[in-house]
Ligand binder design. Structure first.
Ligand code: ZN
Ligand code: FE
Length: 256
């Protein structure tokens, strides 16, 4: 079975860049483009030539490299229709339910608003990969800057519904602080306890905690667990709607 080669690299202060490469068709996409220099260095390391940028949302730490990279490579920039005017150099606009063919692989696009109002998520079913930008993080989720809790919960629910074995890449390394926070809302979660220990060790060695899998997030990420009786009890929100409990967890993290 053909597969996508993937290269993850840290950039800016706590962002991740990701390159995906379809060797059969000699295509390479940068998932977001936090800064041109780091993307170019990563491309050089792999010996790949940039053909696409797949943009999740307009924030500068995800699009800062767009124009320089496009100017130098002529790459095609694909991004969210709902905030297209804010994505530098955008060529192709996508939204909920759209598919985008990247060589031998098709990305399915979901609108996942909340962090920004037009944020999209790319899912490559054949490669079992999801690029969630700043919507879902390892043990966390994005801050809700341009939406409300109900909207963000609805977005996270779309990711939550993917196959559990889906491998999820996100835009930042925030996992250590996410783990510490998660333990304050669900301290009795044994899977979370052991995972926090693992994360501490990975970060102590300077290793990334991205990607993750949906299965692990469903077990340990408090933002995906409003149905946890322990979380509900700790928040004093037994039996409330999922989105309300999610909203309270998000607010506590914002204030942590
Ligand atoms: Zn962002
Ligand atoms: Fe970001």
């Amino acid at each position: 079975m053909p597969n996508l080669d993937i290269h993850l690299f840290p950039c800016l202060s706590d962002n991740y860049g990701v390159l995906i490469h379809d060797a059969d068709n000699n295509l390479t996409a940068s998932i977001d483009a936090p800064e041109a220099s780091a993307v170019k260095q990563a491309l050089a390391e792999k010996g790949w030539t940039l053909t696409h940028i797949l943009t999740t949302h307009y924030h500068a730490d995800h699009t800062g490299g767009n124009m320089e990279l496009k100017g130098e490579t002529g790459c095609t920039i694909v991004g969210p229709r709902a905030e297209a005017e804010r994505v530098p150099g955008i060529d192709i606009q996508l939204g909920d339910g759209d598919s985008y063919d990247f060589g031998g692989f098709t990305a399915k696009v979901f609108d996942t608003p909340g962090h920004t109002s037009g944020h999209i998520t790319f899912w490559f079913p054949k490669a079992n990969l999801c690029f969630a930008g700043d919507t879902l993080f390892t043990l966390g989720c994005g801050r809700v800057f341009e939406g409300d809790a109900r909207m963000m919960w609805n977005s996270l629910s779309k990711i939550k519904a993917l196959p559990p074995e889906t491998i999820i890449y996100s835009g930042h390394e925030y996992t250590q602080s996410n783990a510490e926070f998660a333990l304050t809302v669900e301290p009795g979660n044994a899977a979370l306890q052991s995972r926090s220990e693992e994360i501490r060790e990975l970060r102590a060695k300077g290793e990334p905690t991205v990607p993750t899998t949906l299965a692990r997030e469903l077990e340990t990420n408090p933002f995906l667990r409003p149905d946890s009786p322990e979380i509900q009890a700790n928040l004093g929100m037994e039996g409330r709607e999922d989105w309300e409990i999610f909203g309270e967890v998000r607010q506590r993290k914002d204030n942590a």
